[in-house]
Design a protein around this ligand. Structure first.
Ligand SMILES: C[S@@+](CC[C@H](N)C(=O)[O-])C[C@H]1O[C@@H](n2cnc3c(N)ncnc32)[C@H](O)[C@@H]1O
Length: 356
């Protein structure tokens, strides 16, 4: 099917430069197929750019006119579909098939070869996800105790304070100041659905509260203690506890869990240890938090080799045993590859003190 649209006709030798400018102005139409003849490439646009925005209109390298275009089959649903025709085949293969959306902030990871096209890719992303304002590019790994990472703003206002919704819960957070990943939403549901009435849960590395709050929402008759060391994350954790009306069930505790565990010593029926970078260093604290009759640990760890699950199990099992506890592995899964050949592994472990 064809349709007439306002178009920018770009002289062929300038077409790529002009396309990029139109893309960064956010006025390219993605529902139509770009058309070209011997002298010009015709880009369908939402509105005419003005000469300040596109100086090529003054030099005569670009014209605004009506043109007939073929309609693309349907609205693009993926980044690759939205970028069809804009990148050559080799670059197209590098376009990520997934990215994170946290509230109205999108977070992308790009191959270095796509770096010159970052703002085009961000514009395409904003066309698919209309509610996204700021688009961030990961500019380094998560580091330090707070597990935060550097980002570069590649589109939008640059505002990274947002509200994310997941499983009927609301999380206020600043993407730059705290750790948060929507990729663990399935894990939060899986863990929360195991919590039984009157359990005491210790969320040892709570962040802005997604495990604690999902648990408290799904199991109102439980008590959750949420430990967090990053002052910014702690502020959001307190705010999110109020926002989700679970203040009667969730207590936030600021500071290092190693310093503060005595608040609930020997009471936790269940522990969440979501600090893959160094959770094993806190297994001694976990055994002090755990109820003497036994507890379940939801443990997240990293491993670098092919047998990631077995490697983490062996390591964690021997640490728990050395602390005078037995460890029974109830469930295990390789969750995601966070870097080439580096995996996050999730384990559910039943521990109990070995009587001497
Ligand atoms: C990987 S993040 C996970 C956050 C949260 N559980 C989530 O799923 O979004 C780990 C969190 O633990 C916090 N943290 C790191 N070391 C800690 C410690 N010793 N005591 C308490 N919190 C800690 C970090 O600031 C960070 O917010």
């Amino acid at each position: 099917m064809s349709e007439t649209s306002l178009a920018v006709a770009a002289k062929k030798y300038k077409a790529e430069v002009i396309r990029r400018k139109l893309a960064s102005l956010g006025i390219l139409k993605t529902s139509m197929k770009v058309y070209s003849d011997e002298g010009y490439v015709y880009f369908p646009v939402i509105r005419a750019p003005n000469p300040d925005e596109l100086p090529e209109l003054v030099t005569g390298d670009a014209l605004v006119q009506e043109t007939v275009f073929d309609r693309l089959a349907s609205k693009p649903k993926t980044l690759k579909e939205a970028l069809a025709g804009f990148l050559d085949e080799k670059l197209m293969e590098l376009v990520p098939s997934s990215f994170d959306i946290i509230g109205n902030v999108a977070v992308l990871e790009l191959d270095e070869r796509l770096r010159p096209f970052a703002s085009d890719i961000a514009s395409a992303l904003k066309l698919i996800h209309k509610h996204v304002d700021t688009v961030l590019l990961k500019a380094g790994p998560s580091t330090g105790d707070y597990r935060t990472r550097p980002y570069e703003v590649i589109a939008g206002s640059g505002n990274t304070l947002t509200e994310h919704r997941e499983h009927g819960c609301r999380y206020r957070l600043d993407v730059r100041e705290v750790f948060f990943t929507p990729r663990l939403s399935g894990e939060r549901l899986r863990v929360a659905s195991q919590v039984r009435p009157y359990e005491c849960v210790a969320d040892m590395f709570a962040g802005v509260g997604p495990f604690s709050i999902t648990i408290a929402k799904m199991q109102p008759a439980c008590k959750v203690y949420a430990f967090e060391i990053n002052p910014a994350a702690f502020r959001f954790l307190e705010e999110n506890i109020r926002l989700n009306r679970v203040s009667d069930r969730v207590t936030a505790i600021f500071g290092d869990v190693r310093e503060n565990y005595r608040i609930i010593e020997k009471k936790a029926d269940r522990l969440v240890m979501n600090l893959p970078f160094s959770a094993e260093k806190y297994l001694d604290v976990a055994t002090r938090l755990a109820a003497p009759s036994g507890a379940i640990i939801h443990f997240y760890g990293f491993a670098k080799d092919e047998n990631a699950v077995e490697t983490v199990k062996a390591n964690v099992g021997s640490i728990i045993n050395s602390l005078g506890f037995s460890a029974e592995f109830l469930w295990a899964k390789e969750l995601k590859e966070v870097a080439p050949r580096k995996f996050v592994v999730a384990l559910d472990i039943a521990i109990s003190a070995v009587s001497k």
